[in-house]
Design a protein around this ligand. Structure first.
Ligand SMILES: [Zn+2]
Length: 669
């Protein structure tokens, strides 16, 4: 991308011992190269840095909302991606837009602390007002983190379109006033006479998800001004958690999860969800994006309540913190089992629906990009807390399929929904604006991949993903490590990691071995190592020297999947699709029976893709066609496949694709 580099701040090391990791994290420590790096550069340049910040902040100044809509979510979502991507690019124009947006948001804040566009009578009620304040709080806290890191010289050199420089203290004060407003209105004994979970939709999911930035606020106030000043926000967080757990008609994010009730089955027994969108409205509990957003906040709260006593000694959790983690993990595992399809996507019309077992059928509005992005965020948090690589497996699968499929090749836009078979199409225009929830959410998804790519938590360095990239990092004791990875994975089956670490003593380097790679080979300086196991981290502890080489060879067969007389194919984490650009016959033609679930398919072979915007392509000779009688009819046919993310990526109706193929029935079936 075109870059105007400014001196931002030398390091992105995080204040307060990693406490603020969520907003920026180690993003500046990874530099993606190759094809994936180009896609990231494109989404930053054509989507995030191209945003008209006056347009998405105008609703806050105009305050014309009457319909209870969500115009106020767009700026906060943008900031959630823009600030970390500023740390990645150091782009001066993006920096100027962040400054200007914050200036306008602060100018819109009322004396009572409110930031939003609702008239007083509609505030903190039905609709999306609290949801909007959640995203505004997230956006402002990202700005706070960035300013706090840069203070000490840089902050005075503001972009020319900003009239009045703010300090991080000003930003944090604005955050506190906004949260104080919410507490005064719908906190304990609030002015509105209702509790937070009773506002908004889906039994309180949307509003309750404000928990996440409330915990972020608590951490920052505690770190800056001390525990006493912060106490109010932890009390409020506990109040929200109580509302999430206890009221019978509330979100019930703990008891239903701990009883093992699947996410699609958590609605009230008498709940009538038959009409139109009613099945996800008001009292339903199957709305995927908002439910996962609540668990995101609960996991933040869990971290606080299970952390050092200095943070939490003055407040007791309304529920045992261990139950919070267990409920979140059980919910994540249930989503993997019941909802996630071969593309790592989920949800029909934004709701849970036991989609894994129905993925061969044409369900409506599949894989909302908000759901895809939030699922990756949920997995990222579970990976961070549990250190179980299975959550990285899930991020990888979703990223290479559902996520990249939703992104337009030039990065400028994200689809609203992405079918498993069909064609790609543009998102929507929401709330009379030229944007929508999904395209606003899209860039945040790339962050999940980028942040988890290479980590240096504790005393180990960890690669969770494989792609050409330069990485560096600092262990908890300050020792520095750096590596250069070359890999065309998952198009090819290997990765080569060269050490640029020298003189750091013994450092364990952990490599995530994907669960689907049954026989992975890891070599150090040409010598194969023992003990590599699928679905685990493999650790090489060594005094690394400049030029040490680690090679990873994955086991990447094409595997068949069968479901209710349909068949689909994956290769490693990648779902394969037939695409109309191959012009190789009727995609609805059935397969003859006989392919077994889990069967390896040796007839697939890599071929050169017919166009540059197709990432990978394969030929396959398969039993396609329903004519058994004549010799030529019974012969296998050769057809072509590409990766699901590339399928249909011309975003035209006549560029269509298919992933699940029908299999013939016999007379007795
Ligand atoms: Zn959406």
């Amino acid at each position: 991308m075109k870059k105007m580099t400014v001196s931002l701040c030398a390091a992105v090391t995080v204040a307060a011992g990693g406490v603020l990791a969520d907003s920026i994290g180690d993003i500046g420590n990874v530099r993606l190269k190759g094809g994936l790096g180009k896609r990231l550069d494109a989404v930053i340049a054509n989507h995030v840095a191209a945003q008209d910040v006056d347009y998405i902040t105008a609703p806050f100044l105009e305050k014309t909302e009457t319909k209870g809509w969500w115009q106020t979510e767009f700026w906060g979502k943008w900031m959630h991606a823009a600030v970390p991507f500023l740390a990645y690019t150091h782009d001066a124009a993006l920096r100027g837009k962040i400054e200007r947006g914050c200036e306008r948001i602060l100018a819109s804040q009322e004396d009572g602390g409110y930031i939003g566009n609702y008239p007083d009578a509609l505030r903190c009620g039905e609709g999306w007002d609290v949801w909007g304040m959640k995203y505004t709080l997230m956006g402002l806290l990202h700005d706070y983190d960035w300013r706090r890191q840069c203070e000490g010289g840089e902050i005075t050199r503001l972009a020319s379109n900003v009239s009045r420089p703010q300090t991080s203290a000003d930003i944090l004060a604005a955050c506190r006033r906004l949260c104080d407003y919410v507490i005064a209105e719908i906190g304990p004994n609030g002015r509105r006479g209702r509790e937070l979970w009773q506002t908004g939709n889906w039994s309180g999911y949307a509003s309750s998800s404000i928990l996440e930035p409330v915990v972020w606020l608590y951490r920052r106030v505690a770190e800056r001004d001390g525990a006493d000043a912060a106490r109010k926000y932890l009390d409020f967080a506990s109040f929200i958690v109580k509302g999430m757990a206890e009221p019978e008609k509330g979100p019930r994010l703990l008891d239903l999860a701990l009883k093992g009730v699947s996410v699609a089955d958590r609605n009230e027994a008498d709940y009538d969800g038959n009409a139109g969108w009613a099945y996800v409205c008001k009292h339903g509990r199957a709305k995927a994006y908002e439910m996962m957003s609540c668990y995101q906040g609960l996991l933040e709260y869990y971290e606080i309540m299970s952390a050092a006593p200095r943070l939490s000694s003055h407040v007791s959790s309304p529920v045992p913190p261990a139950d919070i983690l267990r409920a979140a993990v059980m919910t994540g595992e249930d989503i993997v089992k019941e909802e996630i399809n071969l593309a790592g996507g989920c949800a029909c019309s934004e709701a849970w629906f036991h989609g894994a077992r129905k993925q061969h059928l044409a369900y409506r509005r599949l894989q909302e990009t908000c759901v895809t992005t939030t699922w990756m965020r949920f997995c990222e948090k579970l990976l961070e807390i549990t250190d179980q690589p299975k959550w990285a497996d899930e991020i990888e699968k979703t990223f290479y399929n559902a996520y990249l499929a939703a992104m337009k090749p030039d990065g400028s836009e994200f689809a609203g929904y992405t079918p498993l078979s069909g064609s790609r199409f543009h998102g929507q225009h929401h709330c009379f604006m030229h944007t929508d929830c999904c395209t606003a959410n899209g860039p945040r998804g790339f962050l999940c991949f980028l942040r988890a790519f290479f980590t240096t938590r504790g005393d180990a360095a960890t690669f969770n993903f494989y792609s050409s990239a330069l990485v560096k990092g600092e262990l908890s004791d300050g020792r520095k490590v750096a590596f250069d990875m070359y890999s065309l994975y998952p198009r090819t089956d290997s990765a080569r990691i060269v050490s640029h670490t020298e003189g750091a003593g013994v450092v364990p380097l952990r490599l995530r071995i994907p669960a689907w790679s049954a026989k992975t080979v890891v070599k150090l300086n040409g010598k194969a190592l023992d003990g590599v196991a699928a679905g685990r981290y493999f650790t090489i502890a060594r005094a690394w020297k400049l030029g040490d080489i680690v090679e990873v060879e994955f086991d990447l067969p094409v595997v068949a999947h069968t479901l209710a007389h349909h068949v689909a194919f994956t290769r490693g984490p990648v779902l394969l699709a037939r695409d109309s650009r191959f012009n190789d016959g009727d995609m609805t033609e059935p397969f003859r029976p006989g392919i077994k679930d889990g069967e390896r398919m040796p007839s697939f072979a890599a071929v050169r893709a017919p166009s540059d915007d197709m990432w990978m392509a394969f030929s396959a000779t398969l039993p396609v066609g329903s004519h058994h009688e004549n010799p030529e009819g019974g012969l296998p046919a050769t057809v072509f496949f590409c990766d699901y993310a590339s399928a249909g990526n011309e975003w035209r109706r006549d560029n269509f694709y298919r992933t699940w193929f029908p299999v013939e029935f016999g007379p007795a079936e």
